[in-house]
Ligand binder design. Sequence first.
Ligand code: UN1
Length: 518
Amino acid sequence: MRTITSVIAGTAVSGAPAAMIEDRNPAALHDVVAEVALADAATFAAACRAARAAQPGWADVPAPIRGRAIAHIGRTVEANAERLARLVTREIGKPYAEALGEVREIVDTCDFFLGEGRRLYGQTVGSEMPDKQLFTFRNPVGVVAAITAGNFPVAVPSWYLVPALLCGNTVVWKPADYSPACGAALFELFVRGGGLPDGVLNLVLADGASTYDGLATALEEGNVDKVGFTGSSAVGAKIGELAGRHLQSACLELGGKNPMVVTPSADLDLAAEGALFSGFGTAGQRCTSLGTAVVHESIHDDFLARFDKLTRQAAIGDPTDAVLFGPMLDEKFAAQFDEYLHWLQPHHALHGSSATGRITRDNPRDGFVGDPDAGVYYHPVIVDGVREDDAIFRQETFGPLVGITTYRDLDDAIRLANLPGYGLSSAIYTTDAEEVFRFRRGVSAGMVSVNNSTSGAEAHLPFGGNGKSGNGSRQSGIWVLDQFTRWQAVNWDYSGRLQKAQMDVAELSPDESYRLPE
Ligand code: UN1
């Protein structure tokens, strides 16, 4: 049995400071992927001290050379794509094709940022006074603590690690406690593939409580300059509050209750296909998964019939096979999803499967692929008749559940889309350009899809949300550079005298009373 541990400054942490746990395959619970030595809060704080010690040296490595490290990491990940994808499938049950796509997202992120080492542009700007020059520089923030979720156990972490390292920061990374093997694998690919010096990237495997306490200590000790967190809105609020006490704004990527508006002009087959993938891909466990389909009342029955049919026909089961979705990420997500199913009420009509709840031999799903009793599999559920006061309408239900509600006019659809108070992703299906732009303007989401899934963002557009989905921070593309660098403004006076800004400024002789002759 393989034991995986935290790694600080290039050295594996010995023993199991907090606990030793077994990491199991959610598609085949008898399969123990690894034994995991969990660290405690003190280990987290020690990792931040190591990152602090390594940071000046890493910032001294010229940015184009750091960009080369990112290039090498990208190529190393690409060369290990199938192995890493197989591990993603084994550890969190993501269907293999999707896992390969997830690995591709790391490579895309590296490809985008490898050239940024030769840009990281600042500006050269003229002064308001002669013989004086102005400049801006991007400086690394220092030590980044990145705490990530396990539904994207390797791609979403790379959204933090790649730009943070490229910008000259050192990093302490705490992957989800249910995806430690993916975490350890990605850590090795970064450190070995990139040739990173010891302490530049550190790995801490810990549970949520130890991480929070360790982060609090590290912030207190002045060893964390930026916190990145991907996870639930509830935990994100706590992390944001903790960072705020140290006058820091965390980079928060939180939950979503992502709406899909289906209008009368929509191609209903396309909309149903989009709803199927948005709602049930990754068993509905993406932060960008579809929450509620907001469907015009005139096409509700047609849309529901198509969506129901596709969902009933979808292959569900063994994630090494060609299935729409596999198991829940982990048993704790299954237990949480069971709670959400209690939110179903008599006014709801259920569609999409032969039953609801956990799929077992006694509660079967037609056409299930493999042995349902081997893992934690759930029936997909389409909940029709959702009302705006229902918990199922207002709250994220991380799992294979999609609500349907109806609207009368587009203003009403936009109101319903925004009502839950999240604001991550959204979609509209329409062939009417005016509706597209009215929706884009009115919806609170950071991301809008037109005739496409709510999920599946590309790696070079800003990714992030508003409201309960985040504090406005954006990841990916050029926008994330503002998370991992701080602007420094420099002015250089070479006039040889003290020139006072706003005071020693030459005045022209304007005559604003001048009018053209009639
Ligand atoms: C997440 O679920 O945390 O847009 C991220 C998408 C993926 C990323 C999802 N590229 O669905």
